[in-house]
Structures are given as structure tokens and as C-alpha cells.
Design a protein around this ligand. Sequence first.
Ligand code: KIV
Ligand code: NA
Length: 259
Amino acid sequence: MAVTIQQLIKWKQTGRSIISLTAWDYSLAEILDLAGVDLILVGDSLAMVGLGYDSTLPVTLDEMIHHAKAVCRGVNRALVVCDLPFMSYQVNLDRAIEAAGRVLKETGASGIKIEGGHPKMLEIVRELTAIGIPVMGHVGLTPQSFRVLGYRQQGKTEKEANLIVDHAVALEQAGAFSIILEHIPQDLAATITDKLAIPTIGIGAGNKCDGQVLVTADFLGLSAKQPPFAKSYVNLRQVITSAVEEFTTEVRDQKFPPA
Ligand code: KIV
Ligand code: NA
């Protein structure tokens, strides 16, 4: 059965961890979906892991939609959520509605994700939810703000931690159906997870969240470099390199294709 937003909230209530990974193309998405991933995020990390940019800032809405369509073609069961990229929602509410509307209309994704919890974002969450577009929040380290925040852990001071809690609570009140907690201390993530009725999905936020997400390029060991909190469950760089070496040898020795 296809995963719904209501199901995610039920899983939080029953303590069943939500399994989430990112995807940016059809074949990966199909494998992840068949393997039982609950929530597939078409993250704007696509900019870095799929398109080779230095940050998430350059990726466009058209590119996100292009990749989200590919992902959705591969998915039957998982809930697919697509990031709204930098500058597709921050300018004004109308632009945000148009961007989110395009994602739902054109891709088959069930919801969108935006970063941050300041009043402008809360207004977007309220309006999108009101018109039937589910929104996932994202607090802590928000990579679209790296020019201001850097990539360091957020919420280390009490003041910073309180602000993150306030943002998370406000996002829930505004109607967000779930929230990403990125690169914050474990205790802070646990506090937020306890406070909220909606599921928290952690990345670099300790093991007390309602679910965990990894960027699939990191998870598979495809990335040349990855954040300190990521874990590779397989080294696909090595697997692929060995395969190329074997192919090279067989072709040079005229062993492939066989005579
Ligand atoms: O873009 C992304 O992959 C994300 C996840 C790390 C949450 O936002
Ligand atoms: Na993202």
C-alpha cells in the first residue's frame, strides 16, 4: 500500500521508525522503493550529488521537476517529497504557490519541502497547506542558507537551540506534516521530537528522531566527500572502479565480448 502522510503520523505514534533516503533518478528510486524505503526525498542535494555544483543554490525549479518526474516514475509505494530549490519560494507567496503547485501538478510528488522557520516561511506553509499542498519543514542546518550559517552544527547555544525549537513548533502549527532536523545536537532533536505530533526525520540529529534520512550518494558511498554525520553502507565508488578495471582488462585481452 502506498505510504500516506497519515501513515507517517501513525508510525510516529506507534514508534515505528520512518526510513527515508534521497533519490534523483528513475533507477535509484525504483530500487529504493522496492527495498522498502518509506519516504523518498528528491532533495536539492541533487545540485551537488547529481549535477556537480558546489552547493545547493544553483539548481533550478525546472531541474528539480525534471528529476522529480524521473523519481516518481520509479516509485509505487514510498511517499515522494520534492525540495523547492533556492529562490523558488523565498521571493513572495505567489511565487511559492506557483512553484509548489508546479511540483504537484507535473511530477507526481505528494508534497514539497522548504527550509527555515521564520514568519515568511510559516505563511508559505499555512497557505500551501490550505490549498492542498502538503509541506515538510526543515530546521537546524539549512544548506540553502550556508552563506550565512556555514555548514556547522546548529543549536549549540541555548539561544540558538530555543530558536530552533520555536521554529519547529511554529512549522507544525502552520500545518507542516513532518519536519527534517539537520545537524543539531541529539538532545535538542529529542526535545523537538517529544514536543511535536508530526514526525521528525533526522540527519545528523541523533537517534531519537521519528525517522532517519541520508543523502543516497553518501549512503551508497558514491560521494567523493560527505558530511561527518553521514554513513556509507556500501562503497559503490570502489565497486564501480573495480568493475571498470575488470571491463578494461577483458576488452584489452579480447575476453569480452566472448568469441
Ligand atoms: O537535499 C537533501 O538531500 C535534503 C536532505 C538531506 C534532508 O534536504
Ligand atoms: Na535539501
